[in-house]
Design a binder for this molecule. Structure first.
Ligand code: FAD
Length: 467
């Protein structure tokens, strides 16, 4: 129409990818999407994109997938250009609470597999459910614009250049942990500053005096890495944390006590008590007292940090006051010299290819029903914009199932889908489970796992019968 570069309904090449090995598949230069106006597009091939692809496929909804990396796996594919993985990273949720239920991890997978095993798992998942047939790799979505009722999607790929397609609908699954959050500090640091997003391996810390800022899950892993390579390994924190060990009573901690449902307040108290019993009081190790109750922020699952602080390998420093050359001044008036600062200061939500106005963005995040559904559009969805302790891949797949059933229901004009359409344009149910989550940007899409999964699966079940 208005753009002469738009590829409309290009003839479908006979899909030559079927049955090819991965390397042959990627080497094929002749492929390009076809008949796109009748299809949905999934952006991203991480756990959320894979979930979306499988759910659409199962219901016979036509789609293509674009992944800017060279394979599936999302950030678990450490070679992916946007991956924020590092060599020492492992799951922090255990395998049984994390895996897709219809694709369990093999018996010989350890409780907390490393990123390479996870990447292989996602590749196997995609092969098992024939999802390679739908995806275009090394293909980055540059821009998404409205095109009447449909969407104009511009992609760039080293083989076929920049092309624009019209798609019937879009499913955004580009992840939430790729755009670094870089805080502004007073003064100027003349040593090296990196964000944890760029950190890949501990050997870069060899012989350096290292300060990690922030004690989230990545910050704790990195400072523990530093112990084995750096000349000095410190961590600066501005708030207190609850440190959950990977094992309690010899079992992965997230598998213990799951069957016992306690009221929220009692659970917070009881688990805090249990935690103190196992890990002691982090204040003894120099951490501030948390100004929030347990589960009101994402838990830090790390057994080693307190162990290394206890051995004197890691020192806990206060919040940063200012930098002066290589000297870091902390809020308690104390100062020390460092060569390298690692900012483990988290990530910001980022959907750089689409205007915020299309995502109903209010405040710190898009305001979408169940974090998935736009109040007005019936052909734009986000998958994976959800954070919760222990949601796992199955929680992401449940999102995808609900979305796919809604798409199918709307196509078929079913009563239940029409009722849900009304619901999604209204008020969001309370997804907090009564927890008073910290008012941080990264918590703006945080939900209480059980509450969220209960609502999502109930809605999906409701729409199942009519499709
Ligand atoms: C060190 C670390 C440990 C973690 N441990 C756990 C854990 O134990 N349990 C857990 O549940 N979660 C964990 N997570 C959270 C992690 O975000 C999820 O596991 C999961 O990867 C989220 O899946 P996703 O598909 O939403 O996003 P991602 O895995 O980030 O995948 C998004 C994909 O979209 C692609 N993409 C982005 N933009 C574009 C574009 N413009 N065009 C085309 N493709 C694009 C990216 O290349 C990427 O492949 C961890 C995260 C980190 C960093």
């Amino acid at each position: 129409m208005e753009n002469e570069n738009i590829v409309t309904n290009s003839p479908c090449c006979q899909d030559p990818r079927k049955g090819l090995s991965l390397s042959e598949d990627f080497g094929n230069k002749t492929l390009s999407p076809c008949n796109t106006e009748t299809k949905y597009v999934v952006i991203g091939g991480g756990p959320a994109g894979l979930s979306g692809a499988k759910a659409l496929k199962e219901l016979g909804v036509n789609f293509d997938g674009f992944e800017m990396g060279s394979d599936f796996g999302g950030l678990w594919n450490i070679d992916n250009p946007l991956s924020t993985m590092y060599e020492s990273a492992h799951l922090i949720s255990s395998k049984t609470t994390t895996e897709f239920l219809d694709f369990p991890m093999s018996d010989d997978t350890p409780d907390y597999p490393g990123h390479k095993m996870m990447y292989n798992y996602f590749v196997d998942y995609a092969k098992n459910f024939n999802l390679y047939d739908h995806y275009y790799f090394n293909t980055k979505v540059q821009k998404i614009e409205k095109h009447g009722e449909k969407w104009k999607v511009t992609v760039i790929n080293p083989d076929f250049g920049t092309l624009t397609y019209i798609y019937k609908g879009i499913i955004i699954a580009n992840g939430t942990l790729s755009k670094p959050n870089i805080p502004v500090f007073k003064g100027h640091f003349t040593g090296e500053i990196i964000h944890s997003a760029e950190y890949k391996k501990a050997s870069v810390l060899q012989g350096k005096k290292v300060l990690v800022i922030g004690a989230g899950n990545s910050g704790c892993d990195i400072v523990v890495d530093a112990v084995h390579y750096a000349k000095k390994a410190d961590i600066s924190v501005r708030r207190g944390y609850y440190f959950v060990p990977k094992y309690v009573f010899g079992k992965p901690s997230d598998t213990v006590g799951g069957k016992i449902r306690l009221p929220r307040r009692i659970k917070q108290k009881f688990d805090h008590f249990l935690l103190k019993w196992f890990t002691g009081d982090p204040q003894r190790f120099g951490f501030p007292k948390p100004q929030y109750k347990m589960y009101e922020s994402h838990p830090v699952v790390n057994t080693l940090i307190l162990h290394h602080i206890g051995q004197g390998d890691i020192k806990v420093q206060k919040n940063i006051d200012y930098f002066d050359g290589k000297i870091v001044h902390f809020k308690d008036g104390h100062s020390e010299e460092y060569d390298t600062i690692v900012l483990a200061t988290g990530y910001k939500l980022d959907f750089p290819f689409i205007d915020k106005e299309h995502l109903n963005w209010t405040g710190m995040a898009p305001e979408l029903y169940l974090n998935i559904f736009h109040p007005e559009y019936d052909n734009l969805f986000i998958l994976g914009m959800v954070e919760a302790a222990g949601l796992g891949w199955e929680g992401r797949y449940e999102q995808a199932k609900l979305m796919a059933r809604y798409i199918k229901g709307i196509e078929n004009n079913t009563l239940k889908a029409l009722a849900f359409k009304k619901k999604k344009s209204g008020k969001q149910p309370d997804l907090s489970g009564g927890y008073n989550y910290l008012k941080l940007e990264r918590m703006s899409f945080y939900v209480h796992k059980d509450t969220y999964r209960r609502i999502v699966t109930k809605e999906a079940k409701g729409m199942k019968d009519e499709n």
